[in-house]
Ligand binder design. Sequence first.
Ligand SMILES: Nc1ncnc2c1ncn2[C@@H]1O[C@H](COP(=O)(O)OP(=O)(O)OP(=O)(O)O)[C@@H](O)[C@H]1O
Length: 315
Amino acid sequence: MGLIEIKDLKVHYPIRGGFLNKVVDYVYAVDGVDFEIEAGKTYGLVGESGSGKSTIGKTIVGLEKATAGEILFENTNVISKRARKSIGYNKDVQMIFQDSMSSLNPKKRVLDIIAEPIRNFENLSVQEEKKRVQNLLDIVGMPTDALYKYPHEFSGGQRQRLGVARAVATNPKLIIADEPVSALDLSVQAQVLNFMKRIQEEYNLSYLFISHDLGVVKHMCDNIAIMNHGRFVEIGTREDIYNNPQHIYTKRLLSAIPKIDVENREKHKQERRKVEQDFQDLYSQYYDENGRVYDLKTISPTHQAAVKTTEGGGQ
Ligand SMILES: Nc1ncnc2c1ncn2[C@@H]1O[C@H](COP(=O)(O)OP(=O)(O)OP(=O)(O)O)[C@@H](O)[C@H]1O
């Protein structure tokens, strides 16, 4: 049994319009997904922008409301706020965001930023709290003098480390990492990822790792789901997805991972242009369960919903 099990989760955002501001349609951001994450493992969600990855992450931590489905955490359905509160879920599940500059309060010192989640759950003295935060800074490889500095005084990679320190402050079991390294340079990305892995081993943490970058996901994840327009088009182990992809969408995503050719710059430029074109095509296409492709540029949102219904997945 997994630490967390997601069953037929749906998140549909209403679109309002007209004179009376009535609901005229829905965005099917997440449209019936099932998966589970085991203790100490990393589950990857991959897909292009707008496919529904962040909505899944936010719904799991309770920042968005599910339209339907179940989220079972250690066998308790935590879909309601009351259930989450009754089992101390908010202490056990934390989130790391992509943009550390806006997720860390710029007006607060590091000490207060990292202590904030601890204050929500424990009553420590000032000295105990300071000691705990110092220890967390040590774990993420930051110097002690960081305590009294502000977020803007750090580099992007250091700020992501602070975000991780804050996320592990309550000693959680699961961390939702939403594009945690996409804003960082490649060399810094590797540092932060390796260090997230080290913490995982030390604390037997589980990660839900959200990314559009299949290269990064390969480095981090045990199991992977490939998302397209609110649904999973393929799920599998890392080996399944990278060595034996089944769905045409997965194959196209894999073939679009840039291969850097340092010896031939011109060829590399052409390759990059082709990759960019491929991605533009991918963003505008909807893939159904049978691998059939619909061009979203040529059909209206209402028609898109109709396509889903015809294909057996709509409301
Ligand atoms: N609060 C909201 N109200 C209405 N629609 C929303 C809301 N939040 C997200 N959406 C829509 O839901 C869909 C899924 O968005 P989501 O952010 O989950 O995708 P994503 O795969 O995480 O993309 P990105 O990587 O760009 O964040 C998109 O069409 C988005 O515009």
